[in-house]
Design a protein around this ligand. Structure first.
Ligand SMILES: *[C@@H]1O[C@H](CO)[C@@H](O)[C@H](O)[C@H]1NC(C)=O
Ligand SMILES: *[C@@H]1O[C@H](CO)[C@@H](O)[C@H](O)[C@H]1NC(C)=O
Length: 151
């Protein structure tokens, strides 16, 4: 985790210009993306989404599914020099307490929720995070890149 965060400090300034606040990177259509700590989250803004240390942040993603799937697996990366590096997330099962009842069907709209604990030991940095929800075949049901700032 710290390894990822340190590189993010160095590269944050480049990443900021490379991405809007969030963008889709594959899978089905993103209908809404909401993070409770940044209520004005918009696709066309370049300001990062602020995450306060010592808080739990809830992210909610409404998307349309691209394939039927029995299982869903959340895969989270920090992006370092354009290369995704695995970012530990302690609740990868996208069918458990995510708001989604599995199995899912093609072409339906689902809302996925995840709670992130922002550790008070995290440094103040800006970083891009890639969040994927993958199906039985490891294909993306959604993929989004979001620019965040730990404050
Ligand atoms: C964000 O904006 C771009 C450019 O207007 C658009 O192509 C894209 O579909 C929008 N939505 C997402 C989720 O990236
Ligand atoms: C965050 O969530 C965890 C697990 O549910 C809980 O133990 C902790 O007290 C919460 N922290 C805050 C600041 O709400």
């Amino acid at each position: 985790m710290n390894y990822v965060l340190i590189y993010c400090v160095v590269l944050g300034i480049f990443l900021q210009s490379a991405y809007a606040r969030y963008t889709s990177c594959g899978g089905g259509k993103l209908i809404t993306v909401a993070v409770d700590s940044c209520p004005d989250l918009k696709n066309d803004s370049t300001a990062p989404c602020e995450l306060k240390r010592g808080t739990n942040v809830t992210m909610s993603v409404t998307f349309s599914s691209v394939k039927d799937s029995k299982k869903l697996n959340a895969v989270v990366h920090g992006i370092i020099a354009g290369v995704p590096v695995p970012f530990p997330f302690d609740h990868p099962d996208g069918c458990d307490k995510s708001g989604i009842t599995c199995p899912i069907s093609t072409g339906q709209t689902y809302t996925y929720k995840a709670v992130l604990a922002i550790s008070s030991s995290y440094p103040s940095i800006e970083c891009s995070v890639k969040w994927e929800l993958q199906d039985d075949n490891h294909d993306d049901e959604f993929c989004l890149v979001i620019l965040v700032k730990i404050t």
